[in-house]
Structure formats: structure tokens, C-alpha cells
Design a protein around this ligand. Structure first.
Ligand SMILES: Nc1ncnc2c1ncn2[C@@H]1O[C@H](COP(=O)(O)OP(=O)(O)OP(=O)(O)O)[C@@H](O)[C@H]1O
Length: 293
């Protein structure tokens, strides 16, 4: 893995009804990393910790090598980040897009008004409109444009496509692909949308009930999780000892449907045990998540 954009070590955040961690996670620079997990698993909490909007009870977060400590000079690293929170901020409802941009702009040395305007044009957003009059999707598109207008090195996107129509969604995917083109940019995004993760992510982080299961290279992950249809030919085989075994169901006659997270090794194992592989099928991301829950 290349240099780290985000390095989280032994992080724990305790709340009355929820504990996040311990999290050990290194997110590489120059890549798109998708954080995938069920509702309430701790994705937004992780983003808030990365931004110093919340502090951990134990452990540390480093952004671009700088410790996040919630102190004043945090501004320096934050100016290198563009953040789209999961929910728009209610108290800004009386502002228009341009009013918010005027307030935001002085914090970002890299602010590029032409790019801001171009993004708004691309997303077909009227920045003169008050937020309270914008639809959810319009507000999302505005927030994305604002987060990108200073050419940040790192984009933190918490469910960025929430509320977007299919055309806006395609524009977003295209815009994020273009953003990554220079090669030194990083995106960390939380998403429930399988197609979005498929198209954008290089790495996937699974988080379930506050526990990070690991960071996986997307293509390798999707290659290794497979459903194998196997004919045991009447032999008794201890499927549970198969590499990466997750589950087994009878599929009629002497055929079994087996889910493995180590397809390559499992196939060799089947051959060694005299079972015939009839067919195989890769799992989708949401199916993998279901197996991990
Ligand atoms: N400010 C808070 N105070 C106390 N508990 C909170 C707070 N914010 C979130 N939580 C709790 O922390 C847990 C994780 O929430 P979080 O919003 O991080 O999950 P998430 O993975 O982003 O969920 P979703 O997919 O629904 O957006 C939940 O149990 C939630 O109730």
C-alpha cells in the first residue's frame, strides 16, 4: 500500500449505547476507499473522528501524518479536505448557496470560484436559491460542489448520492472520476450503493457494529467471494474444512451450493477431495456484507 492519507490506531469511542472500535485502519493516498456497513455500524462516527468533530476515548487518528487533536491548528489539515456530511446542517436553512460559499471560501486557500461555478453548472444547481427551498437532491449537489471547489487532496463523502436522481448520480460518478485523474487525490466514502462502490472504489472497508473487519482490495475481494455449485458424487465431504468456508446448502440430488471467501484455494481443495465443480458465481458486495453480519 502507498503512503497513508488516514491512519487510525487503537481507536475507541464509547457512547451510552454504542462502542466504536478498537479500530486500526490505514487508508492509502491516491485511491478511492469505500466504507461499507449496515445502518448504525459507525461510518459517520468515523468521519467525525477524522475531522476532529468528535474525539476518541482511546487511540489516535492521523490525517496526512498529522495528529487530529481537536486543537486550533487543525485548520491547516482541514483546508486540504472536502467534506460532505450525511445530513445537511439545519441551521443554514436561511442561507443561499452563494451565501454559504462566501462564508466558506476564506478558510480555503485553494478556493477556485471558476471551478465552483463549473460544478454548479454541471449539477444544474442555482446557487442563489435558499437552502430551505432546495430539494434534498439539489442540496446534495450543492454540498458536493462546495466540498470540491478548493481542489481538496482528500474528499470525505458520507453517502454522497443520497437523494440524487439517476442523471445527477451519473454526473457525480463522472465528476469523482475526473477528480481522481491527477493521481494524487484520495476519496473516502461511505456508501450503501453497490453500483457506486463497484464503479469508484479501489479499496473496501467493512464495518459492522463498530468493528472494522479490514481493508480489502476491491477486485481481489470480489474475485475471492464466490458461490460454488459442487457435485459430491455421493461422497461424504466435510465442507466446513474447505478454505474460506462460509455456508453450505443442498441444491438437489448430490449437488451442494457452497459460499467461500477463498474461491481459488477452495477450488483446489474440491479437486483434491474428488468433488466436481459444476459452476461458480461471484458474490455482489451486499451479499458479502450479508454473509459477514
Ligand atoms: N451524537 C451521538 N451521540 C450518541 N450516539 C450516537 C451519536 N451519533 C451516532 N450515535 C450512535 O452511534 C452509532 C453509529 O452511528 P453512525 O451514525 O456512526 O452509523 P452509520 O454507520 O453512519 O449509520 P447509517 O448507515 O445509518 O448512516 C449508532 O448506534 C448511533 O445511534
Amino acid at each position: 500500500m502507498t503512503e497513508a492519507a488516514v491512519a487510525i490506531e487503537r481507536l475507541i469511542q464509547r457512547r451510552a449505547h454504542f462502542e466504536l472500535g478498537p479500530v486500526n485502519l490505514t487508508i492509502p493516498k491516491g485511491c478511492v476507499t469505500a466504507i461499507v456497513g449496515p445502518n448504525g455500524s459507525g461510518k459517520s462516527s468515523l468521519f467525525r473522528l477524522m475531522l476532529g468533530l468528535a474525539m476518541p476515548d482511546e487511540g489516535s487518528v492521523r490525517m496526512f501524518g498529522e495528529q487530529v487533536d481537536g486543537a486550533g491548528d487543525a485548520v491547516a489539515y482541514k483546508s486540504r479536505i472536502g467534506y460532505v456530511p450525511e445530513q445537511a446542517i439545519d441551521i443554514e436553512e436561511h442561507l443561499s448557496g452563494d451565501e454559504k460559499a462566501a462564508f466558506t471560501r476564506p478558510w480555503y486557500p485553494g478556493w477556485d470560484v471558476n471551478f465552483y461555478r463549473e460544478l454548479l453548472r454541471r449539477f444544474e444547481v442555482d446557487p442563489g436559491m435558499k437552502f430551505r427551498k432546495m430539494s434534498k437532491g439539489m442540496r446534495r449537489k450543492f454540498d458536493l460542489s462546495l466540498a470540491m471547489a478548493h481542489h481538496p487532496e482528500l474528499l470525505l463523502l458520507d453517502e454522497p448520492s443520497s437523494g440524487l436522481d439517476p442523471i445527477a448520480w451519473k454526473t457525480m460518478i463522472d465528476t469523482l472520476h475526473r477528480y481522481m485523474e491527477p493521481g494524487d487525490r484520495t476519496i473516502v466514502m461511505a456508501s450503501h450503493i453497490v453500483d457506486e462502490v463497484r464503479r469508484l472504489a479501489d479499496y473496501i472497508v467493512f464495518i459492522i457494529q463498530g468493528k472494522v473487519l479490514g481493508i480489502y482490495e476491491k477486485d481481489a475481494l470480489l474475485e475471492s467471494w464466490q458461490t460454488l455449485y459442487v457435485d459430491a458424487g455421493g461422497k461424504t465431504i466435510l465442507w466446513k474444512t474447505m478454505p474460506g468456508f462460509r455456508s453450505c446448502d443442498r441444491a438437489g440430488g448430490t449437488t451442494y451450493k457452497i459460499v467461500t471467501e477463498k474461491a481459488g484455494e477452495a477450488e483446489q481443495w474440491l479437486a483434491a477431495h474428488g468433488a466436481a465443480l459444476i459452476s461458480k458465481q461471484k458474490l455482489e458486495l451486499d451479499e458479502i456484507l450479508l454473509e459477514l453480519r
